[in-house]
Write a protein that binds this ligand. Structure first.
Ligand code: SAM
Length: 332
């Protein structure tokens, strides 16, 4: 049975429930949202500490949108959940832990589809999965064709990813650990990652990486790139969301020579500034392929700058340029 429900209506169920649970259990909005998503998945109120009035109110809310009975689209669920996460992040979240906007995930899925050619199933890793919004956006585009792994240190964000994956019925294995420690994950076909930017505090662990800094703390984002290359199959594809100044920092020379040995940089696409707080916070997508016998160096690196998403004509021009680049690569 299908029931018409809007993103706003489903958002208000997430929101009302998270506010109520937050007050009743003295937890943050984001923690309460994770609990809410679990309740919605199971179809009943799981928190035994609630009084009868609150429990009945929540149960009524959940019954109205019964996710099991009505077949809502995965994008409707993801978008409503995303809105609620955004609200929670305004309350309290570290700048480096921000959720990846879905427009970026949709664009990466497009690049992935173009470069994957006819390959219909693949394994995917996001070593800084956070709330899971980036990976779920990609999984919604590819649906059952992907077996995914996500890693994150932040247990509140990982709970949101776990509860979200259940709601969307995506097969993703989540690991609550430091992604720069050894990983028990088989090499994957594709890595996507909105890199955490900044220093990695664990110098002892950083010493295991070729991209460790010669003095002081190393850049976490450089180590994440190296770790991703350690966990991808030869010929596998990597899509990183990077700061625009990645190749201009003090450690950039070492990063560049490491990448020249290990991978082919296929493209650097600047994202529209309007997606970020300011010019300094603006980011790009770095598209790479791990070297392997038979994998050719791209004839030229795809360099593009995405215009504002509201400028339809400029977007169409850039997409044509990107399509032409992919066609030229495929012609060999
Ligand atoms: N793509 C994510 C999403 O849509 O929610 C957002 C990723 S956010 C920009 C970066 C993430 O890296 C944060 O969730 C943070 O907790 C995680 N992180 C930072 N250092 C980490 C580490 N050493 N190991 C694992 N995760 C880490």
């Amino acid at each position: 049975m299908n029931q018409e429900v809007s993103i706003e209506q489903l958002f208000s169920v997430f929101d009302e429930s998270a506010v109520l649970l937050g007050h009743a259990l003295s937890i943050t909005y984001l923690e309460a949202l994770g609990e809410t998503a679990e309740n919605l998945f199971h179809g009943y109120v799981m928190q035994e500490e609630l009084n009868d009035v609150d429990e009945k109110r929540l149960q009524k809310l959940y019954d109205n949108v019964n996710l099991e009975r009505y077949s809502y689209s995965k994008e409707l669920i993801r978008k409503s959940y995303q809105l609620a996460i955004l609200k929670g992040m305004k309350e309290h979240v570290q700048p480096n832990h921000q959720m990846t906007p879905d427009s970026i995930g949709i664009f990466i899925s497009y690049l992935m589809r173009k470069s994957n050619g006819s390959k219909r199933t693949f394994t995917l890793l996001d070593p800084a999965v956070g709330t899971g919004n980036l990976v779920m956006t990609v999984l919604n585009e590819f649906d059952e064709m992907v077996e995914a792994h996500g890693i994150d240190l932040d247990d509140v964000l990982l709970k949101l990813a776990y509860a979200g994956a259940n709601l969307l019925q995506h097969p993703i294995t989540l690991h609550n650990q430091d992604a720069l420690e050894p990983l028990l994950i088989d090499p994957v076909d594709v890595v996507v990652c909105d890199l955490p930017i900044g220093y990695y505090p664990n110098d002892v662990r950083a010493a295991a990486y070729r991209l460790k800094a010669d003095n002081g703390h190393s850049y976490a984002h450089h180590l994440f790139i190296e770790q991703s290359l350690n966990h991808i199959k030869p010929g596998g594809q990597l899509f990183f969301i990077i700061p625009n100044g990645l190749f201009e920092s003090a450690e950039a020379k070492k990063l560049q020579s490491f990448l020249t040995e290990e991978a082919y940089i296929e493209g650097v696409i600047q994202l529209p500034e309007s997606l970020f707080k300011n010019k300094q916070a603006a980011k790009s997508i770095l598209m790479m392929r791990k070297k392997a016998p038979g994998v050719k160096k791209p004839k030229e690196v795809l360099l593009a700058s995405m215009p504002s998403l509201t400028d339809k004509k400029a977007i169409a021009n850039i997409m044509q340029k990107i399509d032409r680049w992919f066609s030229a690569q495929q012609k060999g």
